[in-house]
Design a binder for this molecule. Structure first.
Ligand SMILES: [Zn+2]
Length: 507
């Protein structure tokens, strides 16, 4: 689950802006880009039994702990077996593989299409869930892994993040197979086992595997992100569906110095600790420049026309601007974003010094010292670019720089004007109606699909969680207490994937 609350908070300060440039004349059209007149469809679902299956799914404690040695293999094996028993047609028709490196607990399903010349599509979701914080346990109204069905909801850890998506996909597929349907293009499901810790074992292996098998292009990927929520975007009271089109990357660099130590009674002019401290200081001072990434521009192109009139001139400038020739309105936007710690992260690659280790005794000069700097790269800033940037900032041959993370580069940007986006918007409107705003957005967190979206073979990755929340208050369930899903809404979510399978025929 991406950090929704953070992402939402990041949009807030923009609305406190007062712009002197309001309603500036501009020839560029800035009218609504919302799809019109889509007919709503109600998909008939055997909801009682689907609810029982999701309730049972929640009872498997497929937890991703920060300590990776604390891993319950049995819980995953039992969950796999339960899935197999629950969807007989899926398991008769699709190929199932258990993959992951070094631990194989992710599931890869392949639903062979009729036309092998068409590039495949991928539906992603994750099996693992975050642990229950001990101090929050007494705030839960039900046992967190009970899968209680009560008051019109299914309750429990993972019921919103993200077992609901695994099971909605499988329910929809079981229905389609029962009706004799076979997709034109191959559809694969990737259900990772370590999304909550970055997906290095599951989703990354899946991407490696498909690349190794020679798949040149993946036409469409859908993965979790923000659910539909009224008021998710301040200034718009309407229901809003945000479709993630790009995700930030992740890289941690270790800076180290290894030279001679010695006795503290005869110190050199510069100790290892000071040399490294200077290097770290330079890295923090050399902040990456602010820029308006295409994903942010696209976001305002779709969202801007739906926002209050007074600020539309600025949003329009952002939507259609050009990085080589920033206008005053775009600069105003950047300044407003940069003034706030949260929004600032949307407009550049962030630099965070997170660890510093040296020395073991008060009278010993340590022979080495290490520090770790964590970066969240903007799309476009590759690990190579970042390492180069750091070395240039330090200008010290004694300091070594090493990537110690299972780094993921920043992703490509999915095309919000392409057929994939359009069919997704159509599916959203078929499921939840036309009384909502649909917009692309730049995801500040990331989910398993980043392992695909960062590669050239899967440019069009779209992320959205196909459920409707009643209000922003329900976000508290994600990684928090009283995670629950409305039964009725779970039914709609199954319908969403059912319609998506149909609509993919038009891709
Ligand atoms: Zn998740």
């Amino acid at each position: 689950m991406v950090r929704c609350s953070k992402l939402i908070a990041s949009m807030l300060p923009l609305f406190a802006l007062t712009t002197q440039h309001a309603l500036a004349d501009d020839k560029q059209d800035f009218s609504s880009m919302q799809m019109q007149g889509v007919e709503q469809i109600e998909v008939k679902v055997d909801l009682d039994n689907a609810v029982k299956r999701l309730s049972k799914a929640v009872q498997f404690k497929t937890i991703s702990n920060q300590d990776r040695n604390d891993f319950d293999e049995q819980a995953f094996n039992d969950y796999h077996e339960f899935i197999k028993q629950s969807y007989p047609l899926v398991h008769k028709t699709l190929k199932r593989e258990i993959i992951g490196d070094p631990r194989p607990f992710s599931l890869l399903y392949t639903w062979k299409g009729k036309d092998p010349s068409l590039a495949p599509a991928i539906f992603m979701a994750h099996q693992d869930v975050v642990p229950i914080a001990e101090e929050s346990r007494d705030q839960w109204l039900v046992e967190p892994f009970s899968g209680a069905i009560k008051d019109g909801y299914i309750w429990g850890r993972g019921v919103l993040d993200d077992k609901n998506q695994i099971h909605a996909i499988l329910e929809a597929t079981e229905m389609k197979i029962k009706q004799g349907f076979q997709p034109s293009r191959t559809i694969m499901f990737v259900f990772g086992h370590d999304e909550e810790v970055g997906g290095p074992e599951g989703a990354k292996s899946a991407a490696d595997l498909l690349e190794k098998r020679g798949i040149k292009e993946i036409a469409f990927v859908i993965d979790e992100s923000a659910p539909l929520t009224p008021g998710i975007f301040p200034g718009i009271r309407e229901n809003t569906a945000l479709i993630g089109i790009a995700q930030k990357g992740f890289i941690s660099l270790e800076l180290a110095i290894n030279s001679v130590g010695g006795h503290s009674s005869q110190p050199p002019l510069e100790s290892n600790i000071v040399a490294l401290a200077k290097a770290v200081t330079k890295v923090e001072a050399a902040q990456f420049p602010y820029k308006l990434h295409d994903a942010v521009r696209y976001q305002y192109r779709f969202m801007g026309p739906e926002l209050p009139k007074e600020q539309q001139a600025m949003y329009k400038a952002v939507a259609y601007g050009d990085n080589d020739n920033l206008t005053q309105l775009e600069k105003d936007f950047i300044n407003a974003m940069a003034a706030n710690q949260v929004t600032r992260s949307m407009i550049h690659t962030t630099t965070a010094v997170t660890m510093f280790n040296a020395g073991i005794k008060d009278n010993v000069l340590p022979p080495s010292a290490t520090a770790v700097v964590n970066f969240r790269p903007m799309p476009g800033d590759t690990p190579e670019v970042i390492i180069e940037h750091v070395k240039n900032a330090i200008q010290d041959e004694r300091i070594t720089v090493r990537d110690i993370s299972a780094s993921t580069p920043a992703t490509n940007v999915a095309n919000p004007h392409g057929q994939g986006y359009k069919l997704l918007e159509k599916t959203i409107r078929q499921t939840w109606g036309n009384d909502l705003i649909v917009s692309p957005f730049f995801v500040m967190g990331g989910s398993d699909s980043k392992h695909f979206q960062a590669r050239s073979f899967a440019p069009d990755v779209y992320t959205i969680t196909g459920i409707q929340l009643e209000s922003t208050k329900e976000f508290e369930g994600f990684h928090g207490v009283n995670e629950r899903i409305l039964i009725e809404e779970y039914g709609r979510s199954i319908g969403f994937f059912y319609s998506l399978i149909d609509n993919l025929e038009d891709l």
